[in-house]
Design a protein around this ligand. Structure first.
Ligand code: FUB
Ligand code: ZN
Length: 665
């Protein structure tokens, strides 16, 4: 059960929401029963696992997590040194947020007690002035806030604040919130325009979005102002990081190999209102945009909103993979240039797609636009959940659209492109991020604008809505994402007037809407159809979406995808795997006008829809043996029936090739 985020006194409030959906309940159970306990063991170094470097790089720590141990040392309960990334604390905070959100769905006293103990530990590790960061408290207290380009101090603080807000929402644990406010007050005391304060910001955005949340829960204006300070300060002084580096007295870098990064890596190359395109580290960019969109919403900042729209368009119109993955290069885990979307060297970090969901959702709070909800759904059903195996104990950091195992093994430029999901990473940002995203899914289903409830996501759920003091039960009944029929049950205690808006996804070529048995003809506006009326007890609205299999082409400027198609059904992008189709997937070609057949396979991955088509495979004749090039341009093909599976399920069987974009005749 949870509350939906509402800015002010709209006459509509969503009170509570319970997910009853088959597809997503399974994930919620995986997180609760497997991921949360497993991750707790990992954070305590008690899991018997192999921790993998996210890419070949000697400087990456990968022996153990040590995250809880770091807190025990900082709290004075143990002796020892800090181990792990400088931002290792954030793994614990994301885990804590996942626990908070999971308790919303299923209350678990033992889990709550464990989380309470973690908060006690964090309180002990917190310094008297509110500062909280195990690396700097243990190793380099004199360097506090002095190397912000690399230090991640405010990034970690932001993750704690987010966790505390979520935990307070669920449990009303005052201590969690008190620690968060003390931490935010410490930051407030150290940063700002006033003389003696630091006029700067963290190299990794996160604090900005967290302060906006803290403002929401506490009602304290100063946290919103501090968030705005960080946002508007960013990029105004191109010498800030450089000056800090020059003045730094530390003997070694806080993070090796970061000093050469351009300011655009941190989105600090220009003031945020002047940034026209999505640049730099992808997670940083979407966390920045998430904060900008929330602050724009909370303070009716039109210029900020316009800047968000520009960055949104840059991402989704020119720099995003069809799976909702973002970040085209491993170098800086970053965006590159428009239409540069290589499928086999890309980054597409799981966290980046999660951040894209945060950004999309905060944009939806500002304005109902199908592009935000479509993208939210695209990322969720594809690049996000592909980040985990269905056992909840194996994860992808990067989510490729094409792999050939041999290339990942032999090409150092592809060392980040794993062909199976490792148990954990030296940099473990993604696994707990997945846990908190999945458990907070309830927040993304609806948004409210004036007197209209917008449905962003289709999944079986029931919620309770208050419209002008009238209580209404609102229920979605559906077998989405496999079926396109969604039945809304609207049950007010007394007739109530409001709008219910349903999203028409861009992939649904046609649709049908039936209200109480009568078809209604409405056209969609910005991706939504709004039915504004006086709703009566037991009203029923049925939306039927077009679930036929679709072939998608990419903009011709995307060189990697020219003359190729991606297959989609409903929200899922599909892919070919070697285990179903044999090796050399690049030789498969989808002929024109071939019908695709869809069937639900109960035996695969606990039940998924698969797509088959009579395709062709290019023959590689004997003449090609020992010959790399030829002037003979003739091509021969043989018939080949191929099977596509939803992209999110790839790499759950034997390791092998995978391909999203298939050649098209
Ligand atoms: O820097 C903190 C996190 O680690 C980033 O968000 C991820 O991309 C990973 O680099
Ligand atoms: Zn990550």
């Amino acid at each position: 059960m949870s509350q939906t985020y509402v800015k002010n006194s709209s006459s509509i409030h969503i009170q509570e929401l319970q997910i009853t959906d088959q597809f997503w309940s399974r994930y919620l159970e995986i997180v609760r029963k497997e991921m949360i306990p497993y991750q707790w063991n990992v954070l305590n170094d008690k899991a018997d696992i192999t921790i993998v470097k996210e890419r070949n790089d000697e400087t990456i720590p990968s022996e153990k997590s040590h995250a809880i141990e770091n807190f025990k040392i900082a709290a004075g309960l143990k002796e020892g040194r800090h181990y792990g990334w400088v931002f290792q604390d954030s793994d614990v905070y994301k885990w804590l947020e996942a626990v908070a959100c999971s308790l919303h769905h299923t209350y678990d006293e033992a889990l709550k007690e464990l989380a309470d103990e973690v908060i006690d530990l964090l309180e002990l590790a917190q310094e008297k002035d509110g500062y909280l960061n195990t690396y700097f408290s243990i190793e380099e207290p004199e360097r506090r806030f002095k190397m912000l380009a690399e230090s991640h101090e405010l990034y970690c603080a932001g993750h704690y604040i987010e966790a505390a807000v979520a935990y307070y929402e669920t449990t009303k644990n005052e201590k969690a919130l008190r620690v968060a406010c003390l931490l935010a007050d410490c930051i407030d005391a150290n940063f700002g325009h006033e003389s003696g304060k630091i006029k700067g910001y963290d190299g990794h955005e996160e604090i900005e979005l967290a302060l906006a949340k803290l403002h929401q829960i506490t009602g304290e204006r100063k946290y919103l102002e501090l968030s705005k300070f960080f946002l508007y300060e960013r990029g105004t002084d191109p010498t800030f990081f450089e000056r800090q580096r020059k003045e730094d007295t530390g003997k070694r870098a806080v993070i090796e190999g970061m000093s050469h990064r351009p300011l655009s890596y941190y989105q600090a190359h220009k003031p945020i209102l002047d940034q026209e395109s999505a640049e730099g580290h992808a997670v940083r960019l979407v966390y920045l945009c998430t904060a900008m969109a929330d602050v724009a919403y909370l303070s009716d900042d039109k210029e900020m909103l316009e800047a968000c729209r520009r960055l949104w368009k840059s991402i989704v119109n020119k720099r995003m993979y069809i799976t909702g993955g973002i970040g085209s290069t491993v170098d800086g885990e970053a965006f590159t240039s428009d239409y540069d979307l290589p499928n086999d060297t890309m980054y597409c970090e799981t966290c980046a797609s999660i951040g894209l969901i945060f950004f999309a959702y905060n944009m939806l709070k500002n304005e109902a636009n199908g592009s935000y909800a479509d993208t939210l759904e695209r990322a969720l059903y594809n690049s996000v959940i592909s980040g985990m195996a269905l056992d909840g104990k194996h994860f992808f950091y990067v989510n490729p659209l094409e792999v050939k195992p041999e290339n990942s093994e032999t090409d150092p430029g592809k060392s980040h492109v794993k062909v199976t999901r490792p148990e954990w990473f030296g940099c473990a940002c993604c696994p707990p991020n997945l846990a908190r995203l999945l458990t907070s899914l309830n927040k993304y289903i609806y948004t409210i604008q004036d007197d209209i409830i917008y449905t962003n996501l289709y999944l079986a759920n029931q919620t309770s809505v208050i419209v002008k003091d009238i209580h209404i039960n609102l229920r979605q009944e559906t077998n989405y994402p496999w079926d396109g029929d969604i039945k809304f049950h609207i049950q007010p205690d007394a007739p109530a007037t409001f709008g219910l808006a349903v999203r028409i996804p861009s992939w649904s070529k046609t649709f049908k809407l039936i209200l109480n048995g009568v078809e209604i003809n409405e056209t969609s506006n910005n991706g939504f159809i709004t039915i504004f009326r006086e709703w009566q007890c037991n009203d029923e609205l049925v939306l039927s979406l077009d679930m036929s299999v679709q072939e998608w082409a990419a903009n011709p400027n995307v060189r990697a995808d020219l003359n190729k198609v991606a297959i989609q059904r409903g929200p899922f992008i599909y892919c070919l795997e070697e285990v179903d189709n044999g090796e050399n997937l690049h030789l498969i070609r989808i002929p024109k006008n071939r019908p695709f057949s869809y069937r639900f396979d109960n035996t695969l991955f606990g039940g998924v829809g698969i797509i088959e088509v009579n395709a062709e495979k290019r023959l590689v004749q004997k003449e090609w043996d020992n010959q790399l090039y030829s002037m003979d341009l003739d091509e021969e093909y043989e018939d080949k029936k191929v099977t596509f599976i939803p992209y999110f399920c790839w790499a759950n069987r034997s390791p092998g090739e995978m391909l999203v974009w298939a050649a098209k005749e």
